[in-house]
Structure formats: C-alpha cells, structure tokens
Design a protein around this ligand. Structure first.
Ligand SMILES: Cc1ncc(COP(=O)(O)O)c(C=O)c1O
Length: 510
C-alpha cells in the first residue's frame, strides 16, 4: 500500500528518524490499520528517493517497538497488537518534519447552517414517519430493464459532461407530461433538472438572495427551506398559515425578495390554498416585484376533486419559480427533481447549476425520461395513488375507531395528515413519547422537519402521521398500540371496547 510520506532532506532530523516518526504517527492516528501491508523496503526507498538502508533502519525500529511485523519472504505489516503505552500518546499530534507539534490556528469557516433531519434512525417497529413512499412500490423491474438498455447504448454519455440544465429528453417529458397536469405551460428550456427540491431551494436562493435579503416564509414551515434561507443569511419573516394556507393579507407590503410557499399541501399542516388566495398572492408578488418559490413536493397525490392549477400556471408576470420532486412518487434515494423557471431566469439558473455541479448524473435522467415517455410513470402513479388512498382511509378509520371524532387536515392530498388533538387528549409531545414507548412513531412538529417560528397555534396540539410507507395491517396495529399506550394516562379511552380490526368506514373530510 502506498502511504503519504514526505521526507525533508534539509531537516536536521535524519531521514530514517523522519520516516520512523511519520509511519508511527500514521499507525497511531488510525490511518494505517492493523494488518495493513506496507511497501517493501526496496519499493519504498525507490519511491522516496532514499537508500534502502534508510528504510530498513526505520522499519526495524518500528518492528522492535512493536508497531510493525516483518516476515521473511512475506512482507511487512502493521501489528495487530500495538504497544499499549504508545496508544495513549500523541494520538492526535500531527507529525512535523522538525519534531515540533504543529499547532494550526484557523479562522472560523464561512458557512453557518443547521441541517434538518433526513434520515430516520429506525428504532421504532411502526413509524408514521412522513413523506416516504412504500419501499415495495418502487418499479424495480422496469427500472432495471431501462438501466440495462440505456447502459448498452450509453456511448460517450458516461464519459463526457452533459447539458448542465439536464438531459433534454427528460426536460421535454417533464414539460409535456407533468407541466400540463399542473396547468403549467413551459418550454423544456425553462426546466432545470436538480437533485430534489432541496437543490432547487439552493439554486433559487443562490439566484435571488444577498445577505440580509428578506424572505417571507410560512409559519409553520418546512425546516429544509427555513434552514437553507438562514444559511444564506437571509432575514426570515414568518407569515402564519390558516386552513387556506399562507395568510396573504399578512405579508409585508415592501422589501420582500421572495416568498416560499407550499400551496398544494402546506407543509406541515396539509392545507390547500384556494384559487382566490393564489391570485391574491400573485398580485402581491407583482406589486412588490418579489418572486414566489412554489414548492410542490407531493402534489402527485390528490385523492378527491381536481387539483388547483399551480401558482406558476396562474402567473402572468413571471414571478413564480416552481419546484417539483420525484422523491414522493418514486423515491428520495433517486435524488431527482426539477425547477421550472421564468424565461428571464433561464440563463442565470443554468449558470448557477453549472457552477454547483456541472449537471446531474446522466443515467438516472435517461432512465427516468424513458420511464415517463413509455407511460410507465403514469401507470405507476395510478397504482400507488390507489394504494395510498386506501392506506389513508385505513388510518382515518383507525383513528376514529379508537379516538372517536377526530379533526384532521391535509387528508385530501399528499402522503401525510395532520391530526389536531382535541382537548381530551394529551399534548403532542406527550402523545409522541407515550407512543414511542410502545415502539410507534408519531411525530409532533419539531420531530417532523417542521419549523415553528413561535406564535403558531398548531405546535402543541398537532401530530403528523405519514401513511404511505406502512401497509394497512401496520397502520391498524400502530394506532391500536397508541390507544393502548394512552389508556393509563387518559381516562376517556377507558372502557372502550376495541375490535381486533377496525370497522372499515368511508371517511368524509370535516
Ligand atoms: C415541503 C418539502 N419540500 C421539499 C422536500 C425535499 O424534497 P426532495 O427530496 O425533493 O429534496 C420535502 C421533503 O420531504 C418537503 O417535505
């Protein structure tokens, strides 16, 4: 194995001593693991431009002290049992060729930011974790076939850079198939393929924000957006949401550079913004010359009624940047999403994307383009929409069975609901911890990547429940366990006769 050694022939310290120190340091620092085979003394001497004797002397000293084992005819290895008194010493002291420990004083790094939790630690046996597709729903066979086909015809596409804004076939499919479903009439040129909405948020922030820029944001909001804007040192102005989404009348009347909204299915509360309020939001943006960033993260799933057109589809003044994602329809592991930008931002967005990463990986884009073009994506969506609607019904039925009349929002769309806890139930944090004791994950706002800026009435009495990744048996069992967990703490559930399986009923939204 090649090891990073730098010898200084001008140092007062002999070469064999420098070599000894540096190898020893690599071993103690854990960079050379026990059992690692080192280069032969001849090979290392050639590599370092020193005599073989220099290397031999250093190796022999290391072997005598127990760091190395030299086996005749086999080679030189890092010992499995290092000398104990050495392990405690100098572990983290970088080696300098002149023997003094290096003390590096650094300035604080320029980046300041907080990250939202994206990875579930999976401690719970039944977790109503939000926004995850059913792991069994991924169209693995079709995907594998398309991957193979595209790889066979890849030519130079894997060895050369592609168009930074994204593969034109994919952008065409998005413009022709997905745009119209949202009421958006866009050219493929307006589409930038990104690594999910999160990268879309980054790109738009890069385009629009300077330090101190004012960003209006929903309260409560998606933490991934709030943290991102904070990391750009924007000044956030939280604007409360009600059951029609962002309260447009509460938006500041000047100085705002962009407003971030989730109008199809407000994150986290699930409210849908009605048409009249959408039009007022667009009018506000026009008056201020502000942009609206429309995060349409899960609108593939609408279970009742026709969807409202996206803000971008209603906009006549090029004020909206639209973000879509395949994270909920296919899977977050793909890291695929897209931006649709007004024409005047196309050049800047393409440049920003080039600077960020020179474009998105070709293979995933090519496969997705073909999956869309073949109609496979539409079939897949139809299938999972039906199954998610059944899961949602099962969740609502189970909640009603065990908890009586319930108030929920967001059940007509998306992959999670918000359960507004009645006064007879404990607060959300207590509900969450009681459920967790039974291995069930219920999530209050802080544990669901939601950001409450204060003054928001929902935090204490709202639980968010994702239903798409659990099957009906798991959903029923999970809610039954929550009810059981509450029994000792909560009088009103006592005496309730619980069936083995909740009665199926048809849910009517309140
Ligand atoms: C409101 C909202 N926006 C954006 C995202 C991020 O999605 P992506 O995986 O496309 O980055 C999420 C993820 O759950 C979300 O809930």
């Amino acid at each position: 194995m090649d090891i990073p050694i730098l010898l200084d022939p001008r140092s007062r310290h002999p070469l064999q001593g420098q070599l000894y120190e540096q190898v020893r340091h690599l071993i103690l620092g854990g960079r050379l693991k026990p059992g690692t085979s080192l280069a032969s003394s001849r090979a290392l001497a050639t590599l370092l431009g020193v005599s073989r004797n220099t290397v031999m002397l250093a190796y022999e000293r290391l072997a005598a002290e127990g760091y190395l084992q030299m086996r005749e005819g086999i080679g030189t290895y890092v010992s499995f049992e290092l000398p104990e008194d050495c392990l405690a010493t100098e572990r983290l002291t970088p080696a300098c060729s002149d023997e003094r420990p290096c003390v590096v004083s650094r300035r604080p790094i320029a980046f300041e930011g907080r990250a939202h939790g994206v990875v579930n630690d999976g401690q719970l046996t039944c977790d109503f974790w939000l926004g995850r597709p059913d792991p069994h729903s991924f169209p693995i066979r079709a995907w594998r076939r398309l991957v193979n086909r595209r790889l066979l015809g890849a030519g130079a596409r894997l060895t050369e850079y592609g168009e930074p804004a994204g593969l034109i076939e994919l952008r065409r499919e998005i413009a022709e198939r997905i745009g119209p479903a949202r009421g958006i009439d866009a050219d493929p040129e307006q589409i930038i393929v990104v690594g999910g909405c999160q990268e879309g948020l980054n790109l738009t922030a890069r385009l629009l924000l300077r330090e101190g820029a004012v960003v209006a944001i929903e309260n409560p909001a998606y933490q991934g957006a709030a943290n991102l804007y904070e990391s750009y040192r924007a000044r956030l102005v939280p604007v409360r949401v009600d059951d029609n989404g962002l309260r447009v009348a509460d938006l500041p009347e000047d100085g705002v550079v962009l407003a971030y909204v989730t109008p199809s299915h407000q994150y986290p509360m699930g409210f849908t913004m009605p048409l009249e309020r959408r039009l007022r939001l667009l009018d506000w943006a026009r008056r201020l010359g502000a942009y609206v960033v429309e995060d349409d993260y899960d609108s593939d799933f609408r279970y009742r009624g026709a969807p409202f057109p996206a803000l971008m589809g209603l906009d006549r003044h090029d004020s909206v940047i639209y973000m879509g994602s395949f994270s909920k329809s296919l899977g977050a592991g793909l890291r695929l999403g897209y931006l649709i930008v007004p024409r005047h931002l196309v050049g800047a967005a393409r440049t920003a994307k080039t600077l960020l990463n020179n474009g998105h990986p070709w293979l995933e884009q090519a496969v997705l383009a073909e999956f869309l073009a073949s109609g496979g994506y539409d079939n897949h969506l139809r299938r999972i929409r039906k199954s998610y609607a059944e899961r949602r019904d099962c969740l609502l039925d189970s909640l009603r069975w065990y908890f009586g009349e319930i108030v929920v929002s967001g059940s007509e769309c998306g992959t999670h609901i918000a359960w507004h806890l009645g006064a007879s139930l404990p607060r959300a944090t207590l509900m969450r911890s009681l459920a967790a004791e039974r291995g069930v994950g219920l999530h209050d706002l802080p544990s669901s990547a939601a950001c409450d800026f204060g003054g928001c009435t929902y935090s204490e009495r709202t639980l968010l429940l994702g239903f798409s990744s659990l099957d009906e048996r798991q959903i029923r069992g999970g809610i039954e366990r929550v009810a059981a967990a509450l029994d000792p703490a909560h009088g009103s559930l006592r005496g309730l006769t619980r069936p083995r399986h909740p009665r199926p009923t048809t849910y009517v939204a309140p």
